[in-house]
Design a binder for this molecule. Structure first.
Ligand SMILES: Nc1ncnc2c1ncn2[C@H]1C[C@H](O)[C@@H](COP(=O)(O)OP(=O)(O)O)O1
Ligand SMILES: [Mg+2]
Length: 194
């Protein structure tokens, strides 16, 4: 099962909350037909299902904390296997959140060919998230939780970028630009894979 995934390209999409990961992934899906897996969306779907696991997850996410590693990884892996026959590539959005998550992913699934580092200033991210919070209905798009998510991003997730930089697969994307301009750079990074 897992070997079906092996031939597909794996792209990690890493960046702070509100940096524009989801926005850029949608455009990659439209242009390249890759499968977009947002760890946050997978977890929120579990919460919406009302399951016991979902209730536990909701409490963690509302506090802006990271959910247990195995839970997220199992959900990503199941979703990848479900799409393995039809997918040319996978965008793994919002994962790894910490270095150990990347190591576990590679053990259980495979190595990424590219890490897209979606980079925006923290003031920009806060502004975008507050705006998104007006309509997103996301329990974590509020000022207090945003601050915690940003702190955690700088502490836990930025080391992920350093970790993969040494492998030469990181492409830093300036996400302060308008969406379509950001996408030009994202598309260039993906085209360079071929
Ligand atoms: N380059 C850009 N310029 C302006 N707004 C952007 C942008 N990229 C994303 N946004 C907006 C769309 C969303 O309302 C908000 C957060 O974007 P998102 O894609 O949901 O971020 P993420 O998935 O990284 O949390 O910011
Ligand atoms: Mg997102």
């Amino acid at each position: 099962m897992a070997d079906k995934i092996k031939d597909a390209k794996i792209i990690f999409v890493v960046g702070g909350p509100g940096s524009g990961k989801g926005t850029q992934c949608e455009k990659v899906v439209a242009k390249y037909g890759y499968t977009h897996l947002s760890s946050g969306d997978l977890l929120r779907a579990e919460v919406a299902s009302g399951s016991d696991r979902g209730k536990t997850l909701q409490a963690i996410m509302q506090k802006g904390e990271l959910v247990p590693l195995d839970t997220v990884l199992d959900m990503i892996k199941d979703a990848m296997i479900a799409k393995a026959d039809v997918s040319k590539g996978f965008l793994i959005d919002g994962y790894p959140r910490e270095v150990v998550q990347g190591e576990e992913f590679e053990k259980k699934i495979g190595a990424p060919s590219l890490l897209l580092y979606i980079d925006a200033r923290s003031e920009t991210m806060v502004k975008r998230l507050m705006k998104r919070g007006e309509t997103s209905g996301r329990a974590d798009d509020n000022e207090e939780t945003i601050k915690k998510r940003l702190d955690l991003y700088y502490k836990a997730t930025e080391p992920v970028i350093t970790f993969y930089s040494s492998r030469g697969i990181v492409r830093k994307i300036d996400s302060e630009l308008p969406v379509d301009e950001v996408f030009t750079h994202v598309a260039k990074a993906i085209d360079d894979l071929k």
